[in-house]
Design a protein around this ligand. Structure first.
Ligand SMILES: *Cc1c(COP(=O)(O)O)cnc(C)c1O
Length: 397
């Protein structure tokens, strides 16, 4: 048989239920399994260790990422927590400086007190990785694209540097999804997902996943998952399987919509900086083009009037773009990081990482792209009109 395309492979790697012929995976909502004799069972004894619905999901995710095994967790952060438990006191992590806030928090406030040190560098510049890696570095930890300024790091090049000190390359692949980029095929050892975002795709679950490259890592992760117990339940596993069935289709449309929206935004005079890896003007466009099949659906931009107020007035003027944190769902979302996702980061540090006061992040959904553009158009006009009125009012009094 010729090799199948990704959407065919995904849809048909989800097995038909052998017992009943059910075409949808049954939800095995059970804690335990009856044994014929002590230790004699059908491969399942207790649902923390293994559950048939979760197993279908875990095999599917491993398949998607071209890894050896997959593991489903109760959240992206539970997945990150499990991966960190591979380390021991004295080990070091070399991480990208533009890391997800929750990852920064667990590194700093949970794992540092157990003696794990994290160094942050701008990994878009390979020389920073070369200069800061050492023999205590056990993980090089990157996100690409990053949140919210969409910096791109070269996975293949960084993997080669990690190998020189026997460090593992961990890639948080949440923003790209395995449809746009498969880090294991580029040299990564461990993949993390907040499945809450694109894998789930419908803004209806919190879930996480880990994919391991080697049998040895798979055995270690399996042990940690069972020992620490942060597993995903059967019903959420089923929802996630259902989400993944349409992943290639959704990602393709998300990317097409975002390219159109980014094109529209590139002509807006009220915008100062526009961040979208698909634009030739993006700092890391070449690397994105090399390692991704398309550019995803997150777009960020700052305004000429770089203030909290200007951003707030825009994010409260859209109708289709709903004001909310998170991303990757069918409904378009708009977010003001300075007051939302990045609120806990000190102002100076936030600004230094490119998240200026007026920075706005869009998660472009699956509505019609022209409708989304019209929504942004009316929002920009509304903001312009209030500014003109304000200017007029201050000039008359
Ligand atoms: C959301 C997110 C996480 C955390 O995932 P949860 O499912 O919210 O626990 C981790 N990494 C990235 C890049 C994210 O966007």
């Amino acid at each position: 048989m010729t090799t199948q395309h990704l959407n065919t492979k995904i849809i048909h790697s989800i097995p038909v239920d052998e017992l009943t012929g059910a075409i949808s995976v049954p939800i095995y909502q059970t804690s335990t399994f009856v044994q014929e004799a002590p230790g004699v069972h059908k491969g399942f004894d207790y649902s923390r260790s293994n559950n048939p619905t979760r197993k279908v999901l875990e095999d599917l995710i491993a398949n998607l990422e071209e890894g050896d095994a997959g593991f489903a967790f109760a959240s992206g952060l539970a997945a990150i927590d499990a991966v960190l438990k591979l380390l021991k006191s004295g080990d070091e992590i070399l991480a990208c400086d533009d890391i997800y806030g929750g990852s920064f928090r667990i590194f700093t406030h949970i794992y540092e007190k157990f003696g794990i040190k994290v160094n942050y560098v701008d990994t878009t510049n390979i020389q920073n990785v070369v200069d800061n890696i050492n023999e205590r570095t056990k993980f090089v930890w990157i996100e690409t694209p990053t949140n919210p300024t969409l910096k791109i790091s070269d996975i293949r090049a960084i993997s080669a540097i990690a190998k020189t000190v026997d460090a593992l390359l961990v890639v948080d692949n949440t923003f790209a999804s395995p449809v746009l980029q498969q880090p294991i095929t580029l040299g990564a050892d461990i993949i993390i997902h907040s499945a809450t975002k694109y894998l789930g795709g419908h803004s209806d679950i919190i879930a996480g996943a880990v994919v391991t490259k080697t049998k040895e890592l798979s055995a270690q992760l399996k042990f940690i998952q069972n020992s620490s117990g942060g597993i995903l339940g059967p019903f959420d596993s089923w929802l996630l399987i259902r989400g993944i069935e349409t992943l290639p289709l959704r990602i393709e449309q998300h990317s097409k919509n975002a390219e159109k929206v980014a094109e529209f935004l590139s002509h807006q005079s009220t915008i100062k900086n526009l961040y979208y890896p698909g634009l030739v003007s993006h700092l890391n466009h070449d690397v994105a083009k090399k390692q991704q099949s398309a550019f995803g659906s997150i777009i960020s931009f700052s305004l000429q009037e770089d203030t909290i107020e200007a951003a707030e007035s825009l994010v409260t003027s859209t109708q289709l773009f709903k004001l909310a944190e998170s991303l990757g769902g069918v409904k378009s979302l708009i977010c003001h990081p300075a007051q939302m996702t990045h609120k806990s980061i000190p102002d100076e540090k936030r600004k230094a990482s490119g998240v200026s006061d007026s920075l706005i992040r869009l998660s472009v959904g699956l509505e019609n792209a022209d409708d989304l553009i019209n929504d942004l158009k009316q929002a920009f006009n509304q903001v312009k009109n209030t500014q003109t009125q304000k200017a007029f009012a201050s000039s008359v009094c």
